[in-house]
Structure formats: C-alpha cells, structure tokens
Design a protein around this ligand. Structure first.
Ligand SMILES: Cc1ncc(COP(=O)(O)O)c(C=O)c1O
Length: 387
C-alpha cells in the first residue's frame, strides 16, 4: 500500500469519525496532503495549474473541521463574515464584494451581465483580450456569441495596451476589456501607469474593464498598483477579480471574488446564485485571509522556488520571462508535445501549450523540493537539446 492509499484511508476514517464522534479529528485532517511525494508516473508532481503546493492554511483546516457540526444550517452569517473580512482587507464596504464559486464564476457573471445590459439597450458588444492569456473570459464571450478580439502580447510579452485601446476606440459599441495582471501564462506585469492612463481617460459608457489579479499576492514589483484604486475612485466601469485558488491554496474549494463599486456589485446580483458559497468554503476563506503567517510562508516559498529555478536556468542558458506570479514561462527548443510528454514520462505534469508561443512552456513554482525534481529532469532535457 502506498502513501496516497494510506492517506485515502485516513481520510475515510476521518470522515467516519466526523459522523460518529463529532469533530475532534483535526490532527487526522492535517496529515492529508500530497506535497512531499516523489514524482512518478502514477503520482505525478502537479506543476500545471499554478496551485499552491503547500496545501491549505492550518487555520483554514481547523475552521473547516470546526464548522462541520453547523452545516445543517444555511451559511448566511459565514458568507457575511467572509465578505466583511475581504472588505476590511481592501478598506471597502461589504456591499462592494461579489463572491463567486472561483473567480471564474465572477468572470462568467460579468460577461453575462454586460451582454444582457448591451442587449437591453440595443447596443453592440465585444470582448477584447490579450493573447495568450487566461482563456475563460474569451471562451465565455464566444459561447455567448459575442465577438472576441484577441490582441497579441507586445515584444516584452506584456499586454499591448495601445493596440487593445485601438480595438476598443474603433468599435461602435461596448467593449468588455479583459486585463490580466500579472498575465497568465507569461507571469509578466503590464505597467500600472499605462493601464491607469487608459482606464482614467476611457469613455465609461463604452469601456468596461475586468481586471484579473489572480496572482496579485505574489507580486514583488513595487511599481504595481492594484486595479482596486479605480474602484476607490468610484468608477462604475471597473471590476477587479481575485481568487482563493492561488496563494490561499483553496483551488479545490472554489472561491473567488469581484471588487467593484456598490452599483456594479448590485447589477451582478441577478447573475449570481444565491448563497453560492458553502459554509466550509466561507470559513476557510475567512481563516486564510487572516492567516498572515501562512501568506508569508507561501510568498517566501515562492520567492525561494523562483530564485532556485531561475538560477538553474541561468546556469543552463535557458531563457525565461520575469515572473510576478507562482509560475515561470521558459523557452523550450523542441516540439511542445515532446516536451510535455517527456515531462509526463518523468512523472511531472506541466502547463499546456499556449499558442502561438509554441517555443515556450509554463511550469508552476512548487516547493523547493518539487523544483529540485523538476530541475533534475531539466538537466536531462538540456543534454538532449530540448531546452
Ligand atoms: C488569471 C487567472 N484568473 C482566474 C483563474 C481562475 O481562478 P478560479 O480558480 O478562482 O476560478 C485562473 C486560474 O488559473 C487564472 O490563472
């Protein structure tokens, strides 16, 4: 029996003990983690979705266990507490926080709401996205049947704000502008000042900015200014998206949020499910936000893993982009399929291809131990001429 099977059993025992003995099983839960394994094809290292390899904050785990005895009730007060904790963190009002089942859920709702509003007014609508970038806003817009304008990244692999603005200005309708800062998959930060020039000068009736800051907590660049500054200025054509899936290690819990003016948040209400956040997810979110030690630990781990990976890449003469997220976009010299399959054969799952950047690959920054395993394979690939 391997370690994972043992963990599965301890998880089952844990669930059983909840049913039979109340919720005194905190220690059992804390052992359910898959972060210290060695890569194998049966149990690959998951370095493909930009998750946090540290696992859930200990305080969040305890909060989940503690709340299980209450889940026969609706989660209203727990959701309100989460909204309040988020609002306090951003010095906003709780009414400015839109909670979603992941930030993907808020992205979906924003597109639906904007399309609905434009249709009601008989106006045309399009979505402008950098390319490549996080796909969801564009995919959803396409699914809704509205045109998607993809603007290639500039020569520095940043969002090409000039060209995105041109696409908006030349359209005789509403543009939903998807901005991803730092951008996924490149990890690059686009100048906050350049974005601010556009947002502040834009016609608010024609431009709606969706600013995705999924990786904001990892940013070390002092020049970064969050899009939340636009909300504090009272702009009704901006929403900032944040997630608990990245630094807060809650990808499996599904929790994200939008920050906007109260007016914008109110307009989104009909497009969100009521009481959409479960009690365990709500308490985990609240506890994670308050667990500053865990946030620091996650940031420190990311910095260490980034430093050791970039140092190794420098030594091996492998090009990479400066990353402000928990992943690294690096150059490969072989076919993407060969590279991804080669990594998989070594027990490492890495990011999918991001066309048209077919000579590049994205790896999530896991624990230093995980990065050591990744770098061992990279050294083999270097000898083969694949990187
Ligand atoms: C830029 C960006 N936005 C949003 C998401 C989706 O996050 P969530 O898990 O909150 O839906 C991701 C996921 O990888 C992402 O990279």
């Amino acid at each position: 029996m391997n370690r994972r099977d043992l963990l599965k059993i301890s998880g089952t025992l844990f669930a059983g003990s909840i049913l039979t003995q109340g919720f005194a099983a905190t220690n059992t839960l804390s052992t359910i983690t898959d972060t210290d394994g060695t890569a194998s094809t049966d149990h690959p290292l998951l370095l493909h979705y930009n998750e946090n390899s540290l696992g859930l904050s200990p305080k969040a785990k305890n909060a989940i266990v503690d709340v299980l005895s209450n889940v026969n009730r609706y989660p209203d007060s727990y959701i309100e507490e989460l909204q309040q904790t988020i609002a306090e963190a951003f010095k906003m009002d709780t009414k400015q926080v839109t909670l979603g089942v992941g930030s993907s859920d808020v992205i979906r709702a924003v597109v639906n709401q904007q399309v609905y509003k434009a249709t009601q007014k008989g106006q045309k609508i399009q979505l402008i996205t950098p390319h490549p970038s996080f796909f969801l806003a564009a995919d959803h817009a396409q699914g809704m049947g509205i045109p998607v304008v993809s603007i290639p990244l500039d020569t520095n692999f940043c969002m090409d704000i000039t060209k995105m603005k041109q696409a908006a200005d030349s359209f005789d309708g509403i543009s939903i502008v998807y901005l991803c800062n730092p951008n996924n998959p490149t990890g690059t930060l686009t100048s906050s000042a350049t974005i601010a020039d556009w947002v502040k000068g834009a016609n608010a009736d024609k431009n709606y900015f969706m600013v995705d800051e999924a990786y904001a907590e990892y940013i070390t660049d002092k020049n970064f200014v969050s899009g939340t500054s636009f909300i504090r200025e009272g702009r009704d054509n901006v929403i900032v998206l944040r997630t608990f899936s990245k630094i807060f290690a809650m990808a499996g819990m599904r929790l994200g949020y939008g920050l906007s003016t109260e007016k914008v948040a109110k307009e989104l209400v009909p497009f969100m499910a009521i009481l959409n956040i479960s009690m365990p997810t709500a308490v985990a979110g609240t506890a994670s936000l308050k667990d500053s030690a865990f946030i620091q630990q996650s940031r420190a781990m990311n910095s260490n893993s980034l430093a050791m990976t970039t140092e190794a890449f420098d030594a091996l003469d492998i090009k990479y982009l400066p990353s402000q997220g928990n992943f690294l976009f690096h150059q490969v010299k072989c076919d993407q399929k060969q590279y991804i399959e080669g990594m998989a054969a070594e027990g490492i799952t890495i990011g999918r291809p991001f066309p048209p950047l077919m000579q590049w690959s994205r790896v999530t920054l896991g624990t230093p131990d995980e990065m050591n395993q990744f770098l061992t394979v990279i050294k083999k690939f270097k000898k083969k001429g694949w990187v």
